[in-house]
Design a protein around this ligand. Structure first.
Ligand SMILES: [Zn+2]
Length: 184
């Protein structure tokens, strides 16, 4: 069944990765075309065009978006996996930007159930556990590479308090943050 332009535009606003491959959209004001999941600034409806293929978008004089790489998708890359990989990369690089698992769900553009499935499938864990480990790994680096105090490090990596940091660190690593640092 063919989607209407209004439906496709709504899917673009929702950054719906589930629609990747069903259509591509072009932005006449910027001259690029994108996947429905693209997180770039949303185009105004009057500047948005829809295409069944990347070839059709190119024939209209548009260029591939460097953010969502619609041509890679059209060549058969797995955009869902790529989206998950880049999301996990973001969490690992800056766990302090995610207050909790809900923030990861929100950032992903997927629903909570779908994201949990994908993280379990590809990383054998949950978003919350992924975030906790990212906080602990980043804290370890800071313990070894900086002279920052424990409370400062706990805050920088996103723990709500030094005691929560301390407890999780000890559970996962078998020793306290201070003891870990003293080994270095
Ligand atoms: Zn894009």
């Amino acid at each position: 069944m063919r989607m209407t332009n209004a439906t496709m535009y709504a899917r673009v606003l929702a950054s719906d990765a589930g629609c990747n491959g069903r259509f591509f959209f072009g932005v006449t004001s910027t001259g690029i075309y994108c996947l429905p999941s693209c997180h770039a600034k949303k185009p105004r409806p009057e500047n948005t065009r829809f295409f069944p293929t990347v070839e059709a978008a190119r024939a209209a004089g548009l260029r591939a978006c460097k953010k969502c790489h619609p041509d890679d998708f059209a060549r058969g890359a797995d955009p869902v996996l790529e989206t998950i990989e880049s999301l996990v990369g973001e969490v690992r690089a800056a766990p302090q930007n995610f207050t909790d698992a809900r923030a990861i769900v929100k950032r992903s553009g997927f629903g909570a159930t779908r994201l949990f499935e994908l993280v379990r499938l590809h990383y054998h864990t949950t978003p919350a556990d992924l975030l906790l480990r990212a906080r602990l790994d980043t804290a370890k680096q800071k313990l070894l590479q900086t002279r920052a105090g424990l409370a400062a490090i706990a805050g920088e990596v996103g723990f709500e308090s030094i005691s929560v940091f301390h407890d999780h660190f000890k559970t996962f690593n078998g020793l306290t943050p201070a003891a870990f640092r003293s080994l270095a």
